[in-house]
Design a protein around this ligand. Structure first.
Ligand SMILES: [Fe+2]
Ligand SMILES: [Fe+2]
Length: 366
């Protein structure tokens, strides 16, 4: 369910059925208000600015309408628009469209395409704020988010990933970790709406901090960062409906969620030069010491230290992440939940991780 803090999205669509369908799909995650015509949405925007407007090209009369109004009105011009339609963007947006940042989504579009585009548009402000960060934090965030776009394009085209490119994009993150400058990275990613990116970057960061604390350096840290960034790439194939479901996943939904590891395997199988550490992180982060994990049900000594670390960090990151339907849990609560998992997890390593965060001074504000 959307909460009071969920982003506010206005839908403008003169086609009643399409408008209602879109409203229904988005209302679970966002505060949505629907409008039939240009005038009413512009009036509503003047009363309360939304975070995003999704406008159908059928209401953009001759490429005009509310899009032109918002461009000409300074108070409204910063609101991102997504335009949905049948024609090519240039037909709708006019000759100046190349310089516009508004996004276009061709009908018919999938829910996944819709949610991805919404995430990109809602994140624009967060990404712009990175410009103000010191160089190291800025490049750690910018390089990884750029790489994430490259990864998602490659996955959609069913092409191999370029592992050395991803490793290179993680280099500033490793440097930030070497210099104990992770707080700016963790703070910077808050508010970004590509959840798989947010989660992956946080896992990459915590995993590398953990590795650094137990003596790993250089290439080993780069493997942890790269593995962290790639550990859930299979989720790019998982339907957004399932990824964003506010309730506990059961039955088929849970099977589909678990299959993200199989998708990751397919993606890594067609990718050359993936080192063993990355494979372990990606394939074993959901395994449990007592054999109740997935996909293989590995147990005890079958789980290397790296797999155990990845499992701890994955759960910790998920618990301390803010989602549309749940607040971020404080570290204290996350560690209490990890302790409750008892024999499923390596409790000794959990203590080391906890100590790591305390000494890195990030414990109080994960
Ligand atoms: Fe996962
Ligand atoms: Fe994960």
């Amino acid at each position: 369910m959307s909460s009071r803090n969920s982003p506010r999205i206005y839908i403008v669509n003169s086609h009643q059925e399409h408008r209602e369908q879109l409203h229904k799909v988005l209302a679970r995650l966002y505060n949505v208000i629907s409008f039939e015509d240009n005038q009413s949405v512009i009036e509503a925007m003047r009363l309360k600015l939304p975070d995003l407007v999704i406008v159908d090209d059928r209401v953009l009369e001759n490429g005009r309408g509310c899009l032109t109004d918002k461009r000409n009105d300074e108070a409204l011009s910063g609101v991102p628009f997504i335009i949905t339609g049948n024609s090519l963007p240039a037909d709708v947006l006019g000759p100046d469209s190349a310089s516009e940042l508004d996004a276009y989504l061709s009908r018919p579009f999938s829910k996944n395409q819709l949610f991805t585009r919404i995430g990109d548009q809602l994140s624009r402000g967060t990404e712009q704020a990175w410009e103000q960060l010191p160089d190291l934090e800025k490049s750690a965030l910018q390089r990884t988010v750029e790489d994430f776009l490259v990864l998602s394009d490659a996955i959609e085209a069913k092409e191999p990933l370029n592992i050395s490119e991803t490793s290179e994009s993680c280099q500033p993150l490793v440097e930030a970790i070497n210099n104990n400058r992770i707080q700016g990275v963790l703070d910077g990613v808050k508010g970004h709406h590509n959840y798989t990116y947010v989660h992956s970057l946080r896992v990459a960061t915590y995993l590398s901090v953990f590795g650094h604390a137990i003596g790993m350096r250089d290439d080993e840290l780069l493997t942890l960062s790269t593995g962290g960034l790639l550990h859930d790439v299979g989720k790019m194939v998982t339907p957004q409906d399932i990824l964003n479901k506010p309730s506990k996943l059961e039955g088929d939904d849970w099977e589909i969620m678990k299959s993200h590891v199989d998708h990751t395997k397919d993606i890594l199988d067609r990718t050359p030069d993936v080192n063993a550490g990355i494979v372990v992180i990606a394939m074993q982060h959901h395994e449990k010491l007592d054999g109740t994990g997935y996909p293989q049900g590995l147990a005890g000594k079958e789980l290397s230290e790296l797999a155990r670390m990845a499992g701890i960090v994955d759960i910790f990151s998920a618990l301390t992440d803010e989602r549309a339907y749940k607040p971020a849990f404080p570290a204290e609560k996350a560690f209490a939940i990890l302790a409750d998992l008892g024999d499923k997890m390596d409790q000794k390593l959990i203590k080391v991780f906890r100590h790591t965060l305390e000494t890195a001074h990030v414990y109080a504000h994960v």
